[in-house]
Design a protein around this ligand. Structure first.
Ligand code: SIN
Length: 312
C-alpha cells in the first residue's frame, strides 16, 4: 500500500499536515495542545492579537443555531505585550507551526503588531484579520473594500518578511475582488472564509440574543457558502488558499481541497470534538490510500479541472 505524502507548502510555510486549527475556537492553543495528538496538525493559528489589550464585546457572546454557532467576542485579547510575555512562553515547543492572527483598529495598529511580531522567535507566519464582523473599527471595515484591503496588507507587508496570509470575509458581493487586492498587496496566501454576519432574537426578553446585537455565524451551516467562495477565489488568484468554514470531517476537507484549497482549517468543531484534527488527518490518509493517490497536493483544485470552470 502507498504511504501518502501529507506535507504542503502554504505560502512559504512548510506544513507536515494540511490540517490546521483556525483562529478563534482554538484560543491560544496551549489547553488543546496538552490533550490532543499534535502531529495531526500542520499549524495552529492563534486568536487575534492587537497592539494593546481589547476588552471585547458585552455578553452574551455566543449562541447556538441549527448547525451553527453565532459569536460576537469582539476580538478580546491581552495585547501584544502580554502575548509575548505570557502566551509565547507557554506555547514553546508545543505548536507544530505557529501562525499569529493580527488585528487593529486602524492601519497603523496592524502595521505596529506585524512589525513587533516580525522576528519574534517561534512565529512561522501571520494571518491578517480583515474580516471580523464584530468590531466598530478595523476588521471587516478593511475586508469589504478592495482599496482598504490593499492599503492594510501593503502596510503589514512593509513591516515583515514572515509569510503573510490574509483572512477574507464572506460578507461581500464578490470575494474575488478582495482576494486580488490582497494578492497585489503582497499576501502569500489567503484564508477563507471568516464568519457570515447574522443575528438571533430572544422571544421572551424580546431583545437581540447577543450583547452586540449582531454576530458571526460559523459551523456546518457555512460549508456550502465557504466551498463556493474557495472555488471562485482559486480561479482568481495565484497564491495558495487555506479553506475553512464548517469542516467537521475528512470528507468535508477533501471537498475544500478539490475546490482549490491547499490546506484546511478547523474551527467550531473543536468545541464539541477536541480530537477532530486527528480524525480529519486520519481520514485524509485513508482516502489517499484507498484511491492510490501518493500526495495530498494532487487533490488541489481537481474538481475544477476539465469542469465548467476550465471551459470558461
Ligand atoms: C470575534 O472575536 O468577534 C470573532 C473574530 C473574527 O471573526 O475574526
Amino acid at each position: 500500500m502507498i504511504k501518502p505524502d501529507l506535507t504542503v507548502n502554504l505560502g512559504g510555510i512548510e506544513l507536515a499536515s494540511p490540517v490546521l486549527a483556525a483562529s478563534g475556537p482554538f484560543g491560544y492553543g496551549y489547553e488543546y495542545l496538552k490533550r490532543i495528538d499534535c502531529s495531526a496538525l500542520g499549524a495552529i493559528i492563534v486568536k487575534g492579537v492587537s497592539a494593546r489589550p481589547w476588552a471585547g464585546n458585552p455578553p452574551p457572546r455566543l449562541a447556538e443555531t441549527a448547525s451553527g454557532l453565532l459569536n460576537s467576542i469582539g476580538l478580546q485579547n491581552p495585547g501584544l505585550e502580554q502575548f509575548e510575555k505570557e502566551v509565547m512562553p507557554r506555547l514553546k515547543g508545543m505548536a507544530p507551526r505557529l501562525i499569529v492572527n493580527i488585528v487593529g483598529c486602524d492601519i497603523g495598529e496592524y502595521a505596529e503588531v506585524a512589525g513587533r511580531l516580525d522576528g519574534m522567535e517561534g512565529i512561522d507566519g501571520l494571518e491578517v484579520n480583515i474580516s471580523c464582523p464584530n468590531l466598530r473599527a478595523g476588521g471587516i471595515a478593511f475586508g469589504t473594500d478592495p482599496a482598504e484591503t490593499f492599503n492594510v496588507v501593503s502596510a503589514v507587508r512593509r513591516q515583515t518578511s514572515l509569510p503573510l496570509l490574509v483572512k477574507l470575509s464572506p460578507n461581500v458581493s464578490d470575494i474575488t475582488v478582495i482576494a486580488r487586492a490582497a494578492e497585489e498587496a503582497g499576501a502569500d496566501g489567503l484564508s477563507l472564509i471568516n464568519t457570515l454576519s447574522g443575528m438571533l432574537i430572544d422571544i421572551e426578553t424580546k431583545k437581540p440574543l447577543l450583547g452586540n446585537t449582531f454576530g458571526g455565524l460559523s459551523g456546518p451551516a457555512l460549508l456550502p457558502v465557504a466551498l463556493k467562495m474557495v472555488w471562485q477565489t482559486a480561479e482568481a488568484v495565484n497564491i495558495p488558499l487555506l479553506g475553512m468554514g464548517g469542516i467537521t470531517s475528512a470528507e468535508d476537507a477533501i471537498q475544500f481541497m478539490m475546490a482549490g484549497a491547499r490546506a484546511v482549517a478547523l474551527g467550531t468543531a473543536f468545541f464539541y470534538e477536541p480530537e477532530v484534527a486527528e480524525q480529519v488527518a486520519e481520514g485524509l490518509r485513508g482516502y489517499l490510500e484507498k484511491h492510490e493517490i501518493d500526495a495530498i497536493g494532487k487533490l488541489e483544485g481537481i474538481a475544477r479541472k476539465g469542469g465548467p470552470a476550465d471551459a470558461r
